[in-house]
Ligand binder design. Structure first.
Ligand code: CP
Ligand code: NVA
Length: 325
C-alpha cells in the first residue's frame, strides 16, 4: 500500500495574485505572519523550498525594488528567475495575452508581470496555468501593499485601530492596494486629496464593505490637515505614476497642498511613521526633512518587499508544510 499524501492545507497554493481584494483577510494576515517568519530565519535556511523552480519577470515599465527583490527572493529560496523587459507581452501586437500566457506556462512555474492597464493582465492570468503575480498595474500594486502592512505591523504590533493617512494621488495603484490591505486588517484609512484625485464614492463604499468585518474603514478629506490629524502612519507616493506623464503639470499644481512637510507631520501622532513606496521625489510629494528624518520607515519598507514576496512565493508555489499557519 502506498501512503496517501495529506491534501495540502495551503489555500493559496496554485493561485494568482492580481489585487489585494482577491485575498481573504485571514490569508492576508497569514502572508504577513509567513513574511515575519521568513525574515527572522537565516537567509539560506529555506533554500530547498523552490529548488528547480523558475520565475519569469515580464516588465513593461521600469523597476528597481520589484525586480531585484523578486530575483533575490528566488535565489534565497533556491529557484531561478528570467527577466524580460519591453512592451510585447500584454499590450504588444505580436500575440494575444492569452497565447503568451499559455506558452509561458509551459516554460516557467510562475510569472510576475508589471504592466499598464489591468484588464489584459486579468486575461493573461486567466489563460495561464501557473500563478501570475501583479508586479504593478495601473490599478493595483499588491506586492507593495504586502510589504506595507508587514512594515506597519512590525512597528505597531497590529493594524487594528490605527489611522493610516495617505496624501496625494488617492486614485493610484499604491493608494488603492494599501487602502484595501489596511481596512482588511482593521485600520482606518484617511485619504487626503483634492476632488480630482480622491477615490470615488463607489471605491470608498467598496473599501468600507471590505473593512467592515475587521472594523476597518476609509474616508476621503479635501483638507490635508484633517486627513493627517492623529494619524499613526503618513504615506505618500509620486504625484504622477508611470504611464501618466501627460498629466504631470496638472498633478503638480493640484497636489502641491498635499505635500508631506514637517509642518503637516506635526498634526499626526508624535509616534507617527512616514512611509513611501519609492521611488520618491524630494521637494515634491515629500520634504527631505521628512523622508530622511527620524520618523521615516521607507528603507525598512523597501527591505520588506523582499520578505513579503518570499512569503508570497512560498504560499503560491508550495504546500507551505513546515511553515507557520
Ligand atoms: N515600489 C516599487 O514598486 O518600486 P519599483 O518601481 O522600483 O519596483
Ligand atoms: N504609483 C507609482 C508607483 C511606483 C512604484 C507608479 O505607478 O508609477
Amino acid at each position: 500500500m502506498y501512503a496517501v499524501a495529506p491534501a495540502p492545507t495551503n489555500p493559496l497554493a496554485g493561485r494568482s495574485l492580481l489585487s489585494v481584494e482577491e485575498l481573504a483577510a485571514g490569508e492576508l494576515a497569514w502572508l504577513v505572519r509567513l513574511a515575519r517568519y521568513l525574515k527572522a530565519a537565516p537567509v539560506h535556511e529555506h533554500r530547498a523550498l523552490l529548488r528547480g523552480r523558475t520565475l519569469a519577470l515580464l516588465f513593461e515599465k521600469p523597476s528597481l525594488r520589484t525586480r531585484v527583490s523578486f530575483e533575490v527572493a528566488m535565489q534565497h529560496l533556491g529557484g531561478q528567475t528570467l527577466f524580460a523587459a519591453g512592451g510585447e507581452f500584454l499590450i504588444g501586437t505580436r500575440e494575444s495575452p492569452e497565447d503568451a500566457a499559455q506558452v509561458l506556462s509551459r516554460y516557467v512555474d510562475a510569472i510576475v508581470v508589471r504592466t499598464h492597464a489591468h484588464e489584459p493582465l486579468i486575461q493573461f492570468a486567466n489563460a495561464a496555468s501557473v500563478p501570475v503575480i501583479n508586479g504593478l498595474s495601473a490599478y493595483a500594486h499588491p506586492c507593495q501593499a504586502l510589504a506595507d502592512v508587514l512594515t506597519i505591523e512590525e512597528r505597531f504590533g497590529a493594524l487594528g485601530g490605527l489611522t493610516i493617512a495617505y496624501l496625494g494621488d488617492g486614485r493610484n495603484n499604491v493608494a488603492y492596494s494599501l487602502a484595501q490591505a489596511c481596512v482588511m486588517l482593521g485600520a482606518r484609512v484617511h485619504v487626503g486629496a483634492p476632488n480630482s484625485h480622491r477615490p470615488s464614492e463607489a471605491t470608498l463604499a467598496a473599501l468600507n464593505a471590505l473593512g467592515e468585518p475587521a472594523g476597518g474603514s476609509a474616508r476621503a478629506f479635501a483638507d490635508p490637515v484633517r486627513a493627517v490629524r492623529g494619524a499613526d502612519v503618513i504615506y505618500t507616493d509620486v504625484w504622477t505614476s508611470m504611464g501618466e506623464e501627460r498629466y504631470r503639470e496638472r498633478n503638480d499644481a493640484m497636489l502641491r497642498p498635499y505635500a508631506v512637510t514637517p509642518e503637516l507631520v506635526g498634526y499626526a501622532q508624535p509616534h507617527a511613521i512616514f512611509m513611501h513606496c519609492l521611488p520618491a521625489h524630494r521637494g515634491e510629494e515629500v520634504s527631505p526633512g521628512v523622508i530622511d528624518g527620524a520618523q521615516s520607515a521607507v528603507f525598512d519598507q523597501a527591505e520588506n518587499r523582499l520578505h513579503a514576496q518570499k512569503a508570497l512565493l512560498v504560499a503560491l508555489l508550495t504546500d507551505a508544510k513546515g511553515m507557520p499557519q
